[in-house]
Design a protein around this ligand. Structure first.
Ligand code: KIV
Ligand code: ZN
Length: 512
């Protein structure tokens, strides 16, 4: 018997981007979108076009570039938002409008200050308005997980009549448990008279660690689209993690009546790309994409795996793209091989100037580190795609001194808006001294919320990838930097975060 198709709707570029500091540039979104397309996700939610001009441009650029996935733009249930989203997704070969309004008593009363009747009218108007501009319209009942079932039945029946073709049931605050959430989907599907005209979708948050379990329970109850993100990135505790949903459905085909079209071998590289771009590291014990997910460390397990791999392995590491980070380039690789590998990684470089500068950085890195892996190229390109207007501060040179019994010292030269400035400081360690030296020039007054270092690949010559999260006046940004010298990587990350604070626009959060 042929199986149903389960659509994978990826919202890394929208809900994922709503994580504090995970804001992405147009170029970064394009890189991720190209990889999502290559992984064969059905729908890429590229952003919330009404959030800012930058967001609008990013959604439009994704819509122009992507051919094999539907590109969705999120909008609240009013004409101005919807018109903006329609314009942004217009270039897409297959575009979708995703409009939503809150339907739980608490959200309607305290956030929207609207009566339930007015919410139904607003939802109908929104879907009608969107359908005038596009065929593919998805409607979401925000906080459906805490909404009254009778009210959900009324509003959903009404928007299906207006032409919505996908109905999404979000557990916005991650409050549900699997049996209850599945029951909710079943009730909606059976009680709403026109329910068979639409695809049922779910969008679960992970506040109780149940996002994937709730999504899968909903699939058993008839949902045929799951909204999820790479690495489970997303507001607060995040969204359902794409890799876990996909691999659960694939591994347990004996249980699920459906299958996705995902090319799972792309999962690990996408996970690394998203983690590198957003600065959200993946915990080592994370299912599927954590560094230990396939490492059979204990003696007993190793023995079992060597005798017969299925004793402890339910999936093969290579099926999700582990071990695929083959040695790609080295010191003697030429410009053509470099450019071709970038293309294979979904990194298109149109400008000769960027390519030349990236190639020079690659050669420099290859001198320090003989084996260049895909992860190194991703990190290198993250540095290269920064445009001059995003770069108020630049690291010109650095010197660090650390000696037993002495306070570590950092001496730096920064370019600040075209003017070279020297800075010097001591600190409790070389990183602390470096940050103090940079602050003595930038005087940003920002608060350091997070500092983390990860080795991008293995070995002591690996590049360290540093994330710095800064907060100022309610804005939070993540800066990244990579280098074989982790103090230099730290300086780059701090400067990157300062540049984002300096240049970033205010963005609107669609749900606030
Ligand atoms: O969590 C949520 O309810 C959302 C909607 C906008 C779909 O992200
Ligand atoms: Zn959400």
């Amino acid at each position: 018997m042929s199986k149903d198709h389960l659509k994978i709707f990826d919202t890394t570029l929208r809900d994922g981007e709503q994580s504090p500091g995970a804001s992405m540039t147009k170029e970064e979104k394009l890189r991720i979108a190209r990889q999502l397309e290559r992984m064969r996700v059905d729908v890429i939610e590229a952003g919330f076009p009404a959030a800012s001009n930058g967001d609008f441009e990013a959604v439009k650029a994704v819509a122009e570039a992507i051919k094999d996935s539907t590109v969705a733009g999120l909008c609240r249930a009013f004409d101005k938002d919807i018109a903006r989203a329609l314009e942004a997704v217009k270039p897409a070969k297959s575009g979708r409008i995703h409009t939503f309004i809150a339907t739980s008593p608490i959200h309607m009363e305290k956030k929207l200050r609207m009566s339930p009747e007015d919410v139904i009218v607003a939802a109908q108007n929104a879907v009608r308005f969107a359908r005038n501009g596009i065929d593919d319209v998805e409607f979401s009942c925000e906080d459906a997980g805490r909404s009254e079932i009778d009210f959900l039945c009324r509003i959903i029946e009404a928007v299906i009549k207006e032409g919505a073709s996908t109905i999404n049931i979000p557990d916005t605050v991650g409050y549900n448990v699997p049996e209850q959430f599945a029951e909710r989907i079943l009730q909606l599907r059976t009680r709403i008279p026109n329910s068979d005209k639409v695809v049922w979708s779910v969008h679960c948050h992970n506040d109780l660690g149940l996002a994937v379990a709730n999504s899968l329970a909903a699939v058993m109850a008839g949902a045929r689209q799951v909204e999820c993100t790479i690495n489970g990135l997303g507001e607060r505790a995040g969204n359902a993690s794409l890799e876990e949903v996909v691999m659960a459905v694939r591994t347990r085909q004996d249980v699920f009546p459906c299958e996705t079209r995902i090319d799972a071998t792309q999962i690990v590289s996408l996970s690394k790309m998203v983690s590198g771009i957003t600065g959200f590291p993946v915990q080592p014990n994370k299912a599927i994409v954590g560094a230990n997910a396939f490492a059979h460390e204990s003696g007993i397990h190793q023995d079992g795996v060597l005798k017969h791999r299925e004793t402890y392995e339910i999936m093969r590491a290579e099926d999700v793209g582990w071990n695929a980070n083959k040695l790609v380039l080295g010191k003697h690789s030429g410009r053509t091989a470099f450019k071709a590998r970038l293309k294979e990684l979904g990194i298109e470089v149109d400008s000769e100037q960027v390519l030349n500068s990236a190639f020079a950085s690659f050669k420099e890195l290859a001198d320090k580190k003989h084996e260049i892996f895909d992860e190194d190229l991703h990190a290198l390109m993250s540095d290269e795609v920064v445009t001059p207007e995003d770069e108020h501060y630049k690291l010109v040179s650095s010197m660090f001194h650390s000696e037993t019994g002495e306070a570590p010292q950092a001496r730096l030269t920064l370019n600040a808006g075209g003017v070279e400035k020297h800075a010097e400081s001591s600190g409790s360690g070389p990183v602390d001294a470096t940050f103090k030296a940079i602050e003595s020039v930038a005087a940003s007054g920002s608060e350091l919320l997070l500092y983390s270092v990860n080795a991008i690949t293995t070995g002591t010559d690996a590049q360290g990838e540093v994330t710095v999260r800064l907060s100022k006046d309610g804005r939070i940004v993540n800066g990244q930097g990579a280098d074989t010298d982790i103090v230099v990587a730290s300086a780059k990350a701090y400067i990157n975060a300062l540049n984002k604070l300096q240049s970033g626009q205010e963005k609107l959060n669609p749900q606030v």
